[in-house]
Structure formats: structure tokens, C-alpha cells
Design a protein around this ligand. Structure first.
Ligand code: CP
Ligand code: NVA
Length: 303
């Protein structure tokens, strides 16, 4: 016969038994876990996402786990529960958290207070999971990381910061070509330069897009208006007009250059249709690699 629990009194005969059973489940909690198998990823997204959300979720499922999409507006986080308390509570439920946040400080706060691994799924300073897919794509196309020049043309945003760090770690030269006043973060540039001294790569920032793209093996761009910057649209579109990656600009690149973009792209703004649709473009291979690298990252953190 069906049984409901509407009131505490519906457990009048077995309240203590249910607690005993729960204690048993608590003791057995990690019994059936192996690597990512049976593990749960909690995914907090303060901003929209196609690639990051779907790649992480699919990766987790295909690795034998499960993922839960968490919209802050549907959580108490949206009603003022702190990031720190959310981190401590989620640590009791799930096994790993990904967080796409407006503020880098909030990602740091979540990681500081969580007892489980936290993945930055993009914030205003970095986009580390994108970098793994980007350099995987570079390796697939060029079979090496060093003796390569990447030219990133556009806004010195989260992607520019993370690409400099990735290039520095793997030994790829990175030249950022951006308008004056839109350079990547100084502290990150310095950190990347310090690392690059050991790996033998060069991290440069120039204000002339042509100089950046000259002889580049990889031409990379990203949106001019990042999520959360919508108010700056008019102002930034004016400043960035001459930083468009178009056929005239890519003529300066190496003959077998590849074109990359983390996507989503705004055709006609940061890149023209003919460049993103050209045979040099690897943007969809790069996007697909988000899935494979999500697996690499999750497995590394959970095993
Ligand atoms: N490149 C990237 O992170 O895309 P989404 O915003 O769709 O996740
Ligand atoms: N710089 C962009 C990247 C999107 C994947 C943004 O932050 O919106």
C-alpha cells in the first residue's frame, strides 16, 4: 500500500528506524565510488552558457556520474545566503562544483569554503577550462606547443588573461594585440612573463593588430563585449573597430595559420564571416574539445 509522509506523525511507528537507516547510508556514502563513477557535479551558473554547461554535464554523465544545473535565482544564494555558506552546504551533497560567476572573488570564496574541488567555469578574470580545450586543439593541429606564435587580437579580457597563462605554461609565444587601455591584467601579465622565462616562450602586448598577427601560427579572438559588460557596448564597439579579425588582417599571418575563437562569435564585429568560415578556422573542433577536456579535468579532480 502507498505511504505518504505529510506530517511527522506519519512516521509515528518508525521515526527512529528511518534515522538508523540514514546513519547506515551515511557510513556507506563512498562505498560505490570509483573515480568519477556515481559522483555528482553541482554547476552554478550566474551567466548563460552553451559550451561550458553542456560539455561539463555530458562529460559527467559519460564518466558514470551525474550533473545538476544550479541557477542562483532558484537557490537561496539568490536570496542572500552567502557564497561561503553555499560552499559548505554543497560540500555535503555533491562531489565537485563548477561555478560561472560575475566576480572572481566569489569563485575564490567558494573554493576557500568548499571541502570539495571547485572548477572556475568563467569569471571576469579567467576562463581556465576553455584553455585546456584550446591548447588541445593547437596540439592536434600543430603537434607541438612551442615554436608557435599565438596572436590574440581584441579585448584584454578573461580569455586574454588565461591564454597568456596557458601559453606561458606550455611554451607557446602569445602576443596580445589590443587597444590602449584594454590590456590584460597587469598582475597576470607579469605572472605569465615570469613563467615564460622558464618555459622559453614570449608574452607580448602590442597596440597594433597587424604587428600582433605578423607571422602568427594561431590567430585568436573573442567578443568585444563580455557577459556583464552590455552597458559598454557602444563605447567598446567604437574603440575596437580596427581590431576586427578580417581577411586583410589574417594575410599577415603564417600561411598555415589556424583561426580560433572560444565562441560565441559575433560575426561582423570581432571576426568576419569569411575568416571564421575559412579552411583555417578550427572553432568547431575547439568547441568539441570542450567535452573531451571536461572529462580530463573532472577525472583528474575526482580520482
Ligand atoms: N566558450 C564558452 O565558454 O562558451 P559558453 O559561454 O557557451 O559556455
Ligand atoms: N569573454 C567572454 C567569453 C565567453 C566564453 C565573456 O566573458 O563573456
Amino acid at each position: 500500500m502507498k505511504r505518504d509522509i505529510i506530517s511527522v506523525l506519519d512516521m509515528e511507528d518508525d521515526l527512529a528506524d528511518i534515522i538508523d537507516l540514514s546513519i547506515k547510508f551515511k557510513r556507506q556514502r563512498y562505498q560505490d565510488y570509483e573515480g568519477t563513477y556515481n559522483r555528482v557535479l553541482g554547476m552554478i551558473f550566474e551567466k548563460p552558457s552553451t559550451r561550458t554547461r553542456i560539455s561539463l554535464e555530458t562529460a559527467m554523465v559519460q564518466l558514470g556520474g551525474h550533473a545538476i544545473y544550479l541557477n542562483p535565482n532558484d537557490m537561496q544564494l539568490g536570496r542572500g545566503e552567502t557564497v561561503a555558506d553555499t560552499a559548505r552546504v554543497l560540500s555535503g551533497f555533491v562531489d565537485v562544483i563548477s561555478y560561472r560567476a560575475f566576480k572572481h572573488e566569489n569563485v575564490l570564496e567558494l573554493a576557500k569554503n568548499a571541502t570539495i574541488p571547485v572548477i572556475n567555469a568563467l569569471d571576469d578574470v579567467e576562463h581556465p577550462v576553455q584553455i585546456v580545450a584550446d591548447f588541445m586543439t593547437i596540439y592536434e593541429k600543430k603537434h607541438r606547443y612551442s615554436n608557435l606564435k599565438m596572436a590574440y587580437v581584441g579585448d584584454g579580457n578573461n580569455m586574454a588573461n588565461s591564454l597568456m597563462l596557458g601559453g606561458a605554461l606550455l611554451g607557446t609565444d602569445v602576443t596580445i594585440g589590443c587597444p590602449r587601455g584594454y590590456e590584460p591584467r597587469k598582475d597576470i601579465t607579469e605572472k605569465a612573463r615570469a613563467i615564460s622565462r622558464d618555459t622559453g616562450s614570449k608574452i607580448e602586448i602590442v597596440n597594433n593588430p597587424g604587428e600582433a598577427v605578423q607571422d602568427a601560427d594561431i590567430v585568436y579572438t573573442d567578443v568585444w563585449i563580455s557577459m556583464g559588460e552590455e552597458k559598454l557596448k557602444e563605447q567598446k564597439e567604437k574603440v575596437f573597430g580596427s581590431y576586427q579579425v578580417n581577411s586583410a588582417l589574417v594575410e599577415k599571418a603564417s600561411k598555415d595559420y589556424i583561426f580560433m575563437h572560444c565562441l560565441p562569435a559575433h560575426r561582423g564585429l570581432e571576426v568576419t564571416d569569411d575568416v571564421i568560415e575559412s579552411l583555417h578556422s578550427v572553432v568547431f573542433q575547439e568547441a568539441e574539445n570542450r567535452l573531451h577536456t571536461a572529462k580530463g579535468i573532472l577525472y583528474t579532480l575526482l580520482s
